[in-house]
Design a protein around this ligand. Structure first.
Ligand code: PHE
Length: 323
C-alpha cells in the first residue's frame, strides 16, 4: 500500500514537470484528485484495509501533498502571466533617433556635388588583388606602398585596398570609355595618429573622354571646393607624383593660415589606359582621390580624426538635424 501511494505522488510530479499550460493542469488535477481521480479512488479502498485509521491518515497526507504540488504549479503559471503583464495605459518609452554620422554626411555632400557635374556613383570592393590596387595602376614591385609596413595583406595576393584608385581599373575594364564616375569607400593603411587612421574614406573621381585636359581637371576641382565650402577658400595646386597619373598634383587649401592637403589628382597615365585597353590615341582623362575625413575636419572644425570612430554620443549628437 505504502509504495503504491508514493508511486502516485511520483506520477503526479512527473505529470507536473511535463505540464505546459493551465488547461493541462486542470486535467492533471482531475486525473488525481477529481471524482474518479486515482488518489480519490484509493480512499474507496480504505474499507478493505487492515488498519483503516492508519491507511486513512496516510491517504490524507498523500492528498495534501498532491494539493500542495498542484498549487505550486498553478502559482508558477500565474507568475509567468504577471511577468508578461504590462500596463497599456502607460506612456511609451522615449526612443532616441540616431543621427547621421559626420562621415556619411560628408560623403553625401560631396557625391551630390559631383553628381551635379555628371559623375555617376559606382562602388568597389575593400579586399583587392595586387593587380587592381597596384600593378594595373603602374605601381611597380619595389614601390614602398607595396611593403607590409604600409599595406594590410590578407594573404599573399589579397590586401585591404590602400586607395579607391583600384575602382578606376574595375570601372574602365567594365564600362570602357567614355566614362565619368566617382566612387566613395573605405581604404586601409598601416597608419595611426591624430591625423591618420588605419581605416579612412576616400572618394575617387575618374573622367575619360576625347579631349579631356588638365584645364578641365583644375576647373572641376576649383568649382567643387567652392561648392563644398560655400565660399571662396584659398586653394593651390602643388606639383606631385603618383605612378598612375602624369602630370600629377595635390590640391591644398588654406586653413587657419596653413596649407592642408586634401586630394591627389592628375591626368590618367598612358600605361594605365594601355593596361585596360583604352586607346590612348583617342582618349585622355583625369582622376582624383580626395580624403573624406580631411574635408569633414575642415568643414566642421574637428581637430582629431579619431573622434570619428570613438562612437562618443556627445560628439555625434552635434550633427543632429544636419541633412
Ligand atoms: N590614390 C591616391 C592616394 O590615395 C590619390 C589619387 C587618386 C591621386 C587619383 C591621383 C589620381 O593618395
Amino acid at each position: 500500500m505504502e509504495s503504491n501511494h508514493s508511486l502516485l505522488i511520483e506520477k503526479l510530479k512527473q505529470a507536473l514537470v511535463e505540464c505546459k499550460t493551465e488547461q493541462e493542469l486542470i486535467k492533471i488535477k482531475a486525473d488525481f484528485l477529481g471524482k474518479n481521480g486515482s488518489i480519490t479512488k484509493e480512499f474507496e479502498q480504505i474499507k478493505f484495509a487492515e488498519d483503516k485509521k492508519a491507511t486513512g491518515q496516510v491517504l490524507n497526507s498523500v492528498k495534501n501533498e498532491a494539493e500542495e504540488l498542484i498549487k505550486a504549479c498553478k502559482s508558477k503559471f500565474e507568475k509567468i502571466i504577471e511577468d508578461h503583464y504590462f500596463d497599456i495605459s502607460q506612456p511609451g518609452r522615449d526612443i532616441k533617433i540616431g543621427t547621421r554620422h559626420p562621415i556619411t554626411l560628408t560623403i553625401n555632400d560631396i557625391t551630390k556635388i559631383f553628381n551635379s557635374y555628371g559623375f555617376s556613383e559606382v562602388s568597389g570592393k575593400e579586399i583587392e588583388t595586387e593587380f587592381y590596387n597596384f600593378e594595373a595602376l603602374n605601381i611597380p614591385k619595389n614601390h614602398p606602398a607595396r611593403d607590409m609596413h604600409d599595406t594590410f595583406y590578407v594573404d599573399v595576393n589579397n590586401l585591404l585596398r590602400t586607395h579607391t584608385s583600384s575602382v578606376q581599373i574595375h570601372s574602365m575594364l567594365k564600362y570602357k570609355a567614355p566614362l565619368k564616375i566617382m566612387t566613395p569607400g573605405k581604404v586601409y593603411r598601416c597608419d595611426s595618429d591624430p591625423t591618420h587612421s588605419p581605416m579612412f574614406h576616400q572618394i575617387e573621381g575618374l573622367y575619360i573622354d576625347e579631349n579631356v585636359n588638365f584645364c578641365h581637371l583644375k576647373g572641376i576641382l576649383i568649382q567643387f571646393i567652392n561648392d563644398y565650402f560655400g565660399s571662396n577658400v584659398e586653394i593651390r595646386f602643388r606639383p606631385s607624383y603618383f605612378p598612375f597619373t602624369e602630370p600629377s598634383a595635390e590640391l591644398d587649401i588654406k586653413f587657419r593660415g596653413k596649407w592642408l592637403e586634401v586630394l591627389g589628382c592628375g591626368m590618367v597615365h598612358n600605361s594605365v589606359l594601355e593596361n585596360v585597353k583604352i586607346s590612348t590615341k583617342r582618349f585622355t582623362g583625369f582622376a582624383f582621390g580626395l580624403g573624406v575625413e580631411r574635408l569633414a575636419m575642415l568643414k566642421y572644425d574637428i581637430k582629431d580624426l579619431r573622434l570619428f570612430y570613438e562612437n562618443d554620443m556627445n560628439f555625434l549628437r552635434q550633427f543632429e538635424g544636419i541633412k
